[in-house]
Ligand binder design. Structure first.
Ligand code: ATP
Length: 239
């Protein structure tokens, strides 16, 4: 049942439950999340905490509708309305992802042969932003994240792990999404780039973005969290 939310609520998670069934292992049942409920308001940065394997990344994937939960719903503010992304039609999910919800995953999914600058411009072009403006904004964020200009025309397939992660971050943070999901964006970054990411996320919060993040670095968590949500491991029962 959908509760009443005020206009500032950007994300509302209601009674979410997710388990996996491993069919190759005699239908082993792995409960991961049960009865997870929380809301994220505009300008909030909710940090997911909890031990390894508790289900933080799985929750993030449910929020982006990469995983389908068996129970509950995830409401995302889209065009002024709270829309249940878990039960939305595929084209609505794509539209929410294009305009309302950005997601920095742990790894860059590289599209072969596409130059870095074009990868970063692409989400802006999809929003109808003119090519020249998109190129300029892509350059600005790549420079902030210390990707040297001589690399912008190269596809990032051969870049280092940290360089690929920064391209991944640039591709999302170049858009002013109203809501953002950040799954360990600073994991393989050096101190300077970690600081840049902290600044980018702080700026996003200040302009009113609603953020859910997983950050293994305690200093990053401390700098960004307006609230912490602890995810407790479900009993991993084999049936
Ligand atoms: N696609 C999947 N199929 C089966 N089991 C999965 C799948 N994805 C996650 N799991 C299981 O769900 C549990 C939670 O994993 P998840 O990656 O969400 O944890 P986490 O809290 O993000 O851990 P970490 O902090 O180590 O990244 C683990 O036991 C994992 O094996």
């Amino acid at each position: 049942m959908t509760m009443n939310y005020d206009d500032k609520t950007s994300i509302a998670v209601e009674d979410l439950g997710k388990s996996f069934t491993l069919h190759m292992q005699g239908a082993t049942h792995i409960p991961v999340l049960s009865d997870v409920s929380f809301t994220v308001e505009a300008g909030d940065c909710v940090v997911l905490d909890g031990p390894s394997g508790a289900g933080k990344s799985s929750l993030m994937r449910c929020l982006y509708a990469n995983y389908l939960p068996q129970q509950g719903q995830v409401l995302i503010r889209h065009d002024g309305e709270l829309v249940d992304i878990t039960h939305a039609a595929p084209r609505t999910v794509l539209d929410i992802r294009r305009r309302s919800l950005g997601y920095v995953s742990q790894f860059l999914r590289v599209i072969p042969r596409v130059p870095t600058v074009e990868l970063v411009m692409e989400p802006l072009l999809a929003l109808g932003i003119a090519e020249e403006t998109a190129r300029e904004r892509a350059g600005t964020i790549l420079a902030r994240l210390r990707i040297p200009e001589r690399m912008w025309h190269l596809p990032p397939g051969t870049f280092s792990g940290g360089e690929q992660q920064r391209v991944n971050i640039a591709r999302v943070m170049v858009v002013d999404y109203p809501a953002l999901l950040l799954d360990e964006p600073t994991a393989s970054l050096d101190a300077d780039n970690r600081q840049t990411v902290v600044e980018l996320v702080t700026e996003a919060c200040a302009r009113g973005a609603a953020i859910v993040g997983i950050f293994h670095d305690a200093a990053v968590r401390e700098a960004l969290a307006t609230r912490t949500m602890t995810i407790t491991p479900s009993d991993k029962v084999a049936a």
